[in-house]
Design a protein around this ligand. Sequence first.
Ligand code: CP3
Length: 344
Amino acid sequence: MSSKKKSLLRVLAGETLETPPVWVMRQAGRYLPEYRALRETAGGFLDLCYNPEFATEVTLQPIRRFGFDAAILFADILLIPQALGMKLWFETGEGPRLTPVTNSAEIGALKRPEDIHETLAPIYETVARLSEELPKETTLIGFAGAPWTVATYMVAGRGTPDQGPARKMMYEDPAAFSQLIDLITEATIEYLAKQVEAGAEVIKLFDSWAGALGGSSFEKYALKPAVRIATELKRRFPGLPIIGFPRGSGAGYIQFAETGCFDALAMDTSIPAEWARDELQPKIAVQGNLDPMHMITGGDMLVSETQRLLDILGNGPYIFNLGHGITPQGDPANMEKMLKVIRG
Ligand code: CP3
């Protein structure tokens, strides 16, 4: 079977399929008992990420269980800051912590983009193993965080409710902030290029906090770096499909669609399906955007909301997904139920 027959690649090339391909953000994760068991064996989340055998196994778990049309590399957007020399750890029950960078001198002391590969080599090996081991019909997605979202964690040293520290630095010290964005942008290009060389067939760029950028900052720090990354990757790998995820950016999705650099946009939960059908789908394939809460609550609402998305978006290029990652409380039985509605 030629790779062009893979359903996800067909939709990314603009086709409309009767049954849309489906995968789920965070499809490998704590809602799966087999994930929790292996994570315990490995020691912790980062130990999973940097062990190609474990990371491959964890990536394959949801493919075996649910037969998703795509597998997403098991890794994290914060591995780039770590590879640039920052300390990274995860506080149980709280989330990521990094030693923050707050000024030009600290940014200047980080490693150069071309020096990240030593740390990230195990990730490339995971990609290579996956491209060997995945079923022929399953598409392998590589990914990275978009520069703005990664910068919010690097500046604050942790997740923040309003990305305040990064927004403050952006206005108070625009030169240092641009220096940081440029460094992440260049490192991300090198990182993603290695993923593609190792066998990733599609790239997704996660800008989870794009919605925090207002005014001219959206174009400067969300749109421009994303275009630079996508353009450079497509120059090096002609035809490489790229999915954008400018989460929370509302009408900013139009600007992303109009760049022509992306093959699909992942919609967060707030994007109305009818608006996406009328404004985005004529220009670009769309992915999303069932509320992940349905994975916890299930029932008739899960069925009717899944059907509603299929009815509204199914007549154009469409990839079924949630609007954000499935949470640890999600019930695998509800995933089965959702898949039954999509696949009949
Ligand atoms: O989607 C997938 O299954 C692929 C793997 C993946 C992970 N993180 C694994 C993970 C991907 C694509 C990410 C992206 C990521 N990581 C984002 C952008 C996407 C989004 O969700 O908006 C962000 C902001 C991060 C940073 C991050 N990593 C946070 C804030 C946390 C802690 C919150 C949490 O859920 O515990 C993580 C940890 C993380 N990344 C886990 C997984 C499976 C949980 C680790 C564990 O405790 O086992």
